[in-house]
Design a protein. Structure first.
Lengths: 76, 615
């Protein structure tokens, strides 16, 4: 189980959070209860099982929604 | 391809604006309908592209977002050949988002500044050479070099070197502090002058600075009960509006009406309103040395009606001083015996006496016994010496004569703590010791009252006389002395039981139970680990002045949130009635009002950034 903190470009629209939240939660291997989208900090924090998915897949899910990923930190 | 278009949003906004202006000039200036239709048609198509892409993405994750509704609205308007509406709505939506981004970024700037002060690189000692590395690559035990003009990258102690460090980012103190071998240094502070070799003890998130940043970042996105309710509401609102619009469209067959309903389909102002106030309030606080651990904390603090203070170290300086002295025999010999006995004591009263005596002859101490709660009994230079309170004197059978009794009464009336000194079984001196009240506290307490605090109470382990005097001088409503930590906690429980909202202000070290039981715990320990861990509101440099500031800004933030909710709801009501009551509400106007309301709450939130306490 790994912890990821993904820094995005500034989140501005209220519905952005919902989209990112749903997109990330729908990925297999992401621990749904651990997902939190921080509006003001423009960050996404989550836990995921590295055997079931990769951080790249998670980042892709976000960028394909139209949000730029600025920096990602993955810890154990 | 999609990303290409999404990245060019700003250019699209400009082109759209140009096309719209061209269209209107064409129609109004040159009576040319064709140009009008083509220009606006083009503007609609161009404008809807990014919006449609976003709508598509959102539908892919099964979210019905405002993009979806706006896309349907614009496409709908386009189909019924209402190019004007289509173009303007698309433009306003894009432009509105642009303005929101700018203003929201500004609102979040206070906290951004804080996080940007975090050190990013360090000069780490690797194989005998100092190399520049990412600050994350430094581990506890590593040695880093800090040169003049650089930020200290880690928490640790100085191995060698000396210099002056500006610690204002942690303590708020603007005066640089001298550091040399053995001194502790903190990440995020600034080496103004000198060179330091530092052994790292804590790095990254574990440093004091790192924890402060994490605290502030978490606080800005912590959700109060009200926010969580609004979020839940928002999830249903947008799809509900879509359904409503569809129904209205099918029933009335009034397509423009149905489409206009779509445009109202985002509770944007409501959803952003509270977080915006929150981030501005917390950001302003952080800039001014007050860290709130969340918007719920702000909420609770704003409702506080009773402040309970610990005395020593909170209301008082925490360094007792000798203020009154009476000698009953020759001064010098008494003092040298006294100093010899006290010099091994950690007790604040002993420290006060030693400070008073200063340099001087010390005599050999042959034996020494501490009597708990009363004082010290010792043999110094062959003589029996007893130093302590009245109980100790009674225990040792030392006579307290008339004059001394009178002096004792006088000192107690003044609020002094008493230390009696007896040498060779005779009372030789009486010391009156007081812990001075912190400068400015009286005015700060006045400010608290002005802001709405009803009760100001002091609880202390000191005697009732001292406590009563402090209460009188500071204008407190109640004073309780002789309190053990458990008694203080019990007292707070009772206050809350009576319905008061209680804030406890203490020094964080031995007041944990009280801090935990109060509605709001405020530790005056500055940025120390203990203060950060135990309090709900951290006053960065233990400056008492920050207390009324914290109270003030909590109230202002809560007021601001309410204003925003009011604006958001008010606008929705106005739009709904406008929709039902007449024709003046077109799609464009609806979108304009919608975007304006979002900007209004953001701008209102920004006002909090400039909050200052009125004298």
């Amino acid at each position: 189980m790994k912890k990821a903190t993904i820094q995005l470009e500034d989140l501005v629209c209220p519905s952005c959070m919902q989209k990112i939240d749903k997109a990330v939660k729908s990925l297999e291997g992401v621990v749904k209860e651990s997902v939190s989208v921080l509006f003001n900090a423009s960050k996404v924090k989550l836990e995921f099982d590295e055997e079931k998915t990769t951080i790249e897949r998670i980042e892709n899910a976000i960028t394909s929604l139209g949000f730029e990923v600025k920096k990602t930190q993955v810890k154990n | 391809m999609q990303r290409f278009i999404l990245k060019r949003k700003n250019q699209i906004i400009l082109i759209d604006l140009a096309l719209i202006i061209t269209g209107f000039v064409g129609k109004l200036g040159f009576q040319n309908e064709a140009i009008f239709n083509w220009a606006l048609g083009a503007a609609s198509v161009l404008g809807i592209l990014p919006i449609a892409i976003q709508a598509f993405q959102s539908l892919k994750v099964k979210v019905v977002s405002i993009d979806v509704l706006v896309t349907i609205a614009v496409v709908g308007a386009f189909i019924i050949k209402n190019y004007e509406e289509a173009a303007i709505v698309a433009f306003l939506f894009l432009f509105g988002a642009f303005l929101e981004r700018r203003t929201l970024t500004k609102t979040r700037s206070a906290i951004k500044e804080l996080t940007e002060m975090a050190p990013e690189t360090a000069l780490k000692l690797i194989d005998g050479e100092f190399e520049k590395v990412d600050v994350d690559e430094v581990c506890p035990g590593d040695v880093v070099l800090v040169k003049t003009g650089a930020k200290v990258p880690v928490d640790g102690h100085v191995q060698a070197g000396e210099g002056f460090v500006n610690e204002s980012s942690i303590t708020g103190e603007a005066m640089p502090v001298e550091k040399s071998a053995g001194s502790k240094v903190y990440a995020g502070t600034f080496l103004e002058n000198g060179t330091l070799w530092v052994v790292a003890e804590k790095v990254g998130e574990d440093t004091t600075f790192g924890r402060i940043i994490e605290l502030v970042e978490e606080a800005q996105d912590s959700k109060s009960a009200a926010e969580r309710f609004i979020d839940k509401f928002a999830k249903f609102y947008t799809p509900a509006v879509l359904v409503l619009a569809a129904l209205v469209g099918l029933i009335t067959l009034d397509v423009p009406l149905a489409i206009t309903i779509l445009v109202l389909g985002c509770p944007g102002a409501l959803v952003i309103g509270v977080p915006v106030s929150n981030v501005a309030g917390i950001g302003n606080g952080a800039r001014n040395g007050v860290l709130f651990k969340g918007s719920e904390v702000m909420n609770s603090l704003s409702k506080v009606d009773t402040f309970v203070f610990d005395k020593t170290g909170t209301l008082t300086v925490g360094k007792p001083e000798v203020v009154d002295v009476e000698f009953y025999d020759e001064k010098d010999s008494v003092l040298s015996h006294l100093a010899s006995v006290e010099s091994e004591s950690d007790h604040p009263l002993a420290q006060a006496i030693l400070k008073y005596i200063g340099e001087g002859k010390r005599q050999p101490v042959e034996s020494r016994e501490v009597v708990k709660g009363e004082g010290i009994v010792a043999k110094v230079g062959g003589k029996d010496v007893a130093v302590g309170n009245v109980s100790l004197m009674k225990r040792e059978g030392i006579l307290i004569f008339e004059k001394a009794l009178e002096d004792i009464k006088n000192f107690e009336k003044k609020g002094d703590s008493l230390v009696l000194v007896a040498v060779s079984r005779e009372l030789k001196a009486l010391f009156g010791i007081r812990d001075q009240i912190r400068p400015g506290v009286k005015e700060d307490l006045e400010r608290l009252k002005k802001l709405g605090a009803e009760n100001l109470i002091v609880l202390s382990g000191d005697n009732q006389g001292t406590v009563d005097l402090v209460a009188k001088e500071l204008g407190l409503s109640e004073a309780e002395g002789n309190m053990l930590p458990e008694d203080k906690a019990e007292y707070i429980k009772e206050l809350r039981g009576k319905g008061h909202v209680v804030a406890f202000v203490g020094d964080g070290v031995n007041d944990s139970p009280s801090l935990a039981l109060a509605d709001i715990g405020i530790a005056m320990g500055g940025g120390t680990d203990v203060a950060i861990a135990t309090s709900d509101v951290v006053l960065m440099n233990s400056d008492f002045k920050r207390l009324p500031y914290a109270f003030g800004i909590a109230k202002a933030t809560v007021r601001n949130m309410r204003e925003n909710i009011f604006i958001a709801v008010g606008v929705v009501i106005v739009l709904l009635t406008g929709l039902l009551s007449g024709d003046w509400l077109t799609m464009s106007i609806g979108m304009l009002v919608h975007e304006a309301s979002i900007l209004a709450v953001i701008l209102n939130g920004m006002r909090l950034l400039g909050f200052k306490l009125r004298k």
